[in-house]
Write a protein that binds this ligand. Structure first.
Ligand code: NAD
Length: 452
């Protein structure tokens, strides 16, 4: 049985989008001019309120996508509030530069806010994405309009109430709901100066086209992935199996950096696959009622995604060797059993394309150069991992992985203090860290004639 949890979320049409843009334009000059310390205090207050209202936010996320409340409160709330706190700390640290005046000109470089920005979010981590875009945008003095995904709008709407309580001035942060057509209005709006998008590569391309065809607004894109994990014969097997399991089973695989392609050295193949199978099967105990403390895995977000993933799995079963999973869990609902395919053909859909479900493909390798070629033979480049106890090899392989993130003896990890983003068709630009806030600024060079 599939059912709708809420059918009265307001969908922003053209007039609503224009109203939000006007409000953001009106609020921009005073927000940009506010004392940086005062701006930080407001963002800290907002962050405190998010933590204080973790229960209500967890209820809304559980209602939308069946997200387990324990995981949400233990992982997504700390990550969200950590991002707001981190960027609040940047409010007074956006330094510029100055250069030698040996030719008679003093050269000063300033960082200034861009103006009215917009964010379009994917469904799988609405609060975290709101923080990764909203916090650096506001800390740098911009105003922003944030559109949630039509599949998970409720927690973002609640943030609007908390923003008011925190004293964020009207128009500085604006939450709107709606599907693709609402996002398209933002992407093509003539008065929005930057758009930051998280979602699929196909939608990202449409947004880049709309931005170029309208006012050439700046575009950041956080897109899809098909991240490789390379497990060498000297790896700690328990560690590799643990991370390769949670890296693709966590959030039921609805994670952009899911470690969905594993390459294991031929000499440990059987031991690795047996242990991975046991771990995947054991993880099934984590599915269930989102308010149950033992539940730590959600279903797929909706019927559409369930049918899409099920179709890819059925096709995979015809062409590849299934080790475990490959079917639905429970007689109703959108739960998919964690699934392992081995020895996929290089052209198989399950091997090449992002599935966004709990599905991994495991291949074997014998030689480092050969596995690097195969791991990098993809248009994606979001993340990758190497498992080895040889530090030289681990660092060498990490440097050869063509992706914005390379993990050693772990995978599918993020950290707010360091840049995150994709090579190739996994994205444009970086979120998180200093790069994240700099992407919400323009540099201005001031040249002063010192001989005048
Ligand atoms: P999606 O591309 O279907 O939708 C994302 C957002 O775009 C939604 O808000 C949707 O309403 C909006 N949208 C749809 N069509 C649009 C258009 N023509 N113009 C403007 N906006 C439009 O993605 P999804 O299914 O919500 O999310 C899954 C995808 O997101 C996966 O590919 C995943 O890898 C990716 N993702 C990437 C990251 C990252 O940081 N790199 C993080 C999370 C998810």
């Amino acid at each position: 049985m599939f059912f709708s949890v809420c059918d009265d979320v307001h969908v922003a049409l053209e007039d609503d989008v224009n109203t939000a843009v006007l409000a953001a334009q009106k609020a921009f000059p005073s927000w940009a001019a506010i004392l940086s310390n005062d701006r930080a205090k407001i963002l800290w207050k907002f962050d405190d309120l998010i933590e204080q209202h973790a229960d209500e936010l967890a209820d809304l996320e559980a209602l939308c996508g069946g997200k387990p409340k324990g995981v949400f409160k233990g992982f997504e709330i700390p990550m969200t509030s950590g991002a707001w706190r981190y960027y609040a700390g940047w409010c007074d640290k956006l330094e510029g530069g100055s250069f030698p005046q040996d030719n008679g000109f003093m050269k000063i470089v300033r960082r200034e806010p861009i103006g009215v920005c917009a964010a379009i979010n994917a469904f799988n981590g609405p609060l975290v994405m709101t923080a990764l875009k909203g916090a650096p945008a506001l800390a740098a003095g911009n105003t922003i309009i944030i559109k949630s995904s039509e599949k998970s709008p409720l927690s973002s709407i609640y943030l609007g109430k908390l923003a008011n309580e925190a004293g964020i001035p009207p128009g500085v942060i604006n939450f709107i709901s709606g599907a693709g057509p609402t996002g398209a209005l933002l992407a093509s709006h003539m008065d929005i100066r930057k758009i930051s998008f998280t979602g699929s590569t196909g939608t990202g391309k449409r947004i880049a086209q709309a931005a170029a065809a309208s006012n050439l607004k700046k575009v950041s894109l956080e897109l899809g992935g098909k991240s490789p994990s390379i497990v060498f014969a000297d790896a700690n097997l328990d560690i590799a199996v643990k991370w390769c399991t949670q890296g693709v089973v966590g959030n039921s695989g609805q994670v952009c950096i899911a470690s969905s392609r594993v390459y294991v050295h031929e000499s440990i193949r059987d031991r690795f696959v047996d242990a991975l199978k046991a771990a995947f099967e054991a993880s099934q105990a984590g599915f269930g009622d989102p308010s149950d403390a033992n539940t730590h895995l959600p279903p797929l977000i909706d019927n559409l995604q369930f049918e899409r993933v099920s179709k890819i799995i059925e096709e995979g079963k015809r062409e590849n060797t299934l080790v475990t999973g490959g079917c639905r869990l429970f007689s109703e609902g959108c739960w998919v059993a964690p699934t392992i395919f081995v020895d996929p053909s290089p052209n198989a859909n399950v091997y090449k394309n992002e599935i966004f479900g709990p599905v991994v493909v495991v291949s074997t390798f014998t030689d480092e150069d050969e596995v690097m070629t195969r791991a990098n033979a993809t248009e994606f480049g979001l993340s990758g991992a190497v498992f080895s106890q040889d530090v030289n090899r681990a660092l060498r392989v990490a440097s050869k992985i063509q992706s914005g993130m390379a993990c050693v003896n772990c995978c599918a990890m993020l950290d707010i203090t360091v840049p995150f983003g994709g090579y190739k068709q996994s994205g444009w630009g970086r979120e998180m860290g200093k790069a994240g806030i700099e992407s919400y600024t323009e540099t201005k060079t001031v040249l002063v004639n010192m001989t005048y």
